[in-house]
Design a binder for this molecule. Structure first.
Ligand code: G16
Length: 539
């Protein structure tokens, strides 16, 4: 039943910030998935001893891609696949299953927060035995395979029924279909004080969780409604749909608009939250109040001792360079380790494995800890619920008290989308060569203290990575530029603006960063080069 099929290489299968992400119609081309998966199997030795996890966020084409991967894994001699029932698994639940069962890695079929459907995006995240996504050195090796591949192996068997739990043999390979929710729920129960949160709900606390028609619906219903006693219907858009019901499953102020409007209305619940397509991103809201992911990371870190799992102490904390410096002040106050890494959760993995950090987070709505090796949307929501239950305070009270203690980093991100790739690359290259001349220069009230590319030296494996350009000012403000690595076509220029105020903490963020926005656009010549005088997305 095993056959070898001749194929021609595609030249666009280089992985980005988090795996391969392309338009669904690109992925649907003949042998596209097959070439990519064979390239991965070609770089893994001793497949006959290897056990992998397989699942996805249920988006369009998941069902077809899963069957192709099963047939190819079997044909390549993989020992066993563990697969989420009906092909579902969230990214954080997948990382937990890899770690708990000491698997050799896994494949999560998701383009994360990007829209789904035939006109949307598809993606594959590839994790190794750490439970985190593979390092850049390995994805480079796989890319080399994709551009020279000439054949792949596949089993010609029928499609596998993934609706029933249990183990079956397929084309010489073992397949185990598992409940994707159970182990993850048990892990959350080990970390948080479920009894205290349950009591808070019993006393009338209300929440709304928007699962955005994506993978976290079943996890959220099981945890918030069934176990913690949140009112039925607290989880909205709870049933995963292949096109996410037309929603853009990105939990931010722009794309989770229904939830934001609700939380800023008279009907608002005490707490609001949303997750993305594959359940690793989160957004936190109080009544008429939004917590930036930057502040959320700082606040969670500052309150670690309220959570049973962390109460004996934490190692340290890390953030991506583009993320605000709010958490740096918390790390200093608690005298714990502090690290800045390139954008991409995979850069946190070595720091967690070597016990340098416990918490980490990114401006792109990702927060997490060393309980797994991916960011974790529901974990962040439970962390906030646990803080609220332990303190009896509101989201706004917690956040404003935090700013009073540590000062506030006003923070806004501008995205310039759909820019011609050559224009974006040239803009970044020209800006980089201009950086040395900016040092000491004055722009209105702002004086540049330092301007340079961000270069990360991994303290564990010794690798170096360049990612983004940073202009720092003497008052602690910063402008960071980088190109997105998760888009499926063209280039997105991201401009991250941060302005620090020690005392003046209750101003409008957009007003506060506006002078920096002018500097950022002028210095990089964004309007002249892209034709865009304002950002497409402001978050
Ligand atoms: C991925 C990565 C994150 C990264 C984000 C944004 O998230 O896992 O570490 O911050 O992309 O990347 P970029 O700015 O390059 O678009 P996800 O949720 O898309 O997997």
């Amino acid at each position: 039943m095993i056959t070898t099929v001749k194929t021609h290489p595609y030249t666009d299968q280089k992985m980005g910030t988090a795996g391969l992400r392309r338009k669904s119609k690109v992925v649907m081309q003949e042998n596209y998935i097959e070439n990519f998966m064979q390239s991965i199997f070609n770089v893994i030795s001793n497949l006959q001893d290897k056990v992998f996890l397989l699942g996805g966020d249920g988006r369009f084409y998941n069902d077809i891609a899963i069957q192709k991967i099963i047939k190819m894994a079997a044909a390549n001699g993989v020992k066993k696949l563990i697969i989420g029932q009906n092909g579902f698994i969230s990214t954080p639940a997948g990382s937990n299953i890899i770690l708990q069962n000491k698997l050799n890695g896994g494949f999560i079929l998701s383009a994360s927060h990007n829209p789904g459907g035939i006109n949307g995006d598809f993606g594959i995240k590839y994790s190794n035995e750490t439970g985190g996504q593979i390092p850049a050195q390995l994805s480079d090796k796989i890319y080399q395979q994709t551009i020279s591949i000439s054949e792949y192996k596949i089993c010609l068997g029928p499609d596998v029924d993934l609706s029933q739990l249990g183990t079956q043999e397929y084309c010489g390979m073992s397949i185990e279909v598992i409940d994707p929710v159970k182990d993850y729920v048990e892990l959350m129960q080990k970390i948080f004080d479920f009894a205290a949160i349950k009591k808070m709900f019993a006393n009338g606390f209300t929440m709304r969780f928007d699962a955005m028609n994506a993978v976290t619906g079943p996890y959220a219903v099981a945890i918030f409604e069934d176990l913690l006693g949140a009112a039925k219907g607290s989880v909205v858009n709870a049933v995963p749909k292949p096109d996410f019901g037309g929603l853009h499953p990105d939990p931010n102020l722009v794309y989770a608009k229904d939830l934001v409007d609700f939380m800023f209305s008279d009907q608002a619940t005490d707490f609001g939250a949303a997750n993305d397509g594959d359940g690793d991103r989160n957004m936190i809201l109080g009544k008429s109040f939004f917590v930036t992911p930057n502040d959320s990371l700082a606040i969670l870190t500052d309150n670690f001792n309220l959570i049973p799992y962390y109460k004996d102490g934490i190692y340290g904390v890390a953030k991506s360079a583009a993320t605000s410096t709010a958490v740096a002040r918390v790390a200093k106050a608690h005298n714990i380790g502090y690290y800045e890494v390139p954008t991409g959760w995979k850069y946190f993995v070595n720091l967690m494995d070597s016990k340098r950090i416990t918490f980490c987070g990114e401006e792109s709505f990702g927060t997490g800890s060393s309980h797994i090796r991916e960011k974790d949307g529901i974990w962040a929501v439970l962390f906030w619920l646990n803080i609220l239950a332990a303190t009896g305070k509101t989201v706004e009270e917690i956040t404003v008290e935090h700013w009073k203690k540590y000062g506030r980093s006003y923070y806004i991100r501008f995205d310039f989308e759909g820019v011609d790739t050559a224009v974006a690359d040239k803009l970044m290259a020209d800006l980089e060569s201009k950086l040395p001349s900016l040092s000491g220069k004055t722009f209105g009230d702002f004086i540049v203290s330092d301007a340079a590319p961000f270069i990360y030296h991994d303290p564990v494996d010794g690798s170096s990575t360049k990612n983004g350009l940073i202009i720092r000012f003497t008052d602690g403000s910063r402008i960071v530029y980088r190109l997105s690595g998760t888009g499926s076509s063209g280039a997105t220029i991201r401009v991250y603006l941060e302005r620090f105020c020690a005392k003046d903490i209750l101003q409008n963020p957009l007003d506060m960063v506006s002078p920096l926005a002018h500097i950022a656009l002028d210095v990089a010549e964004i309007p002249e080069r892209t034709g865009k005088h304002q950002a497409d997305v402001v978050t």
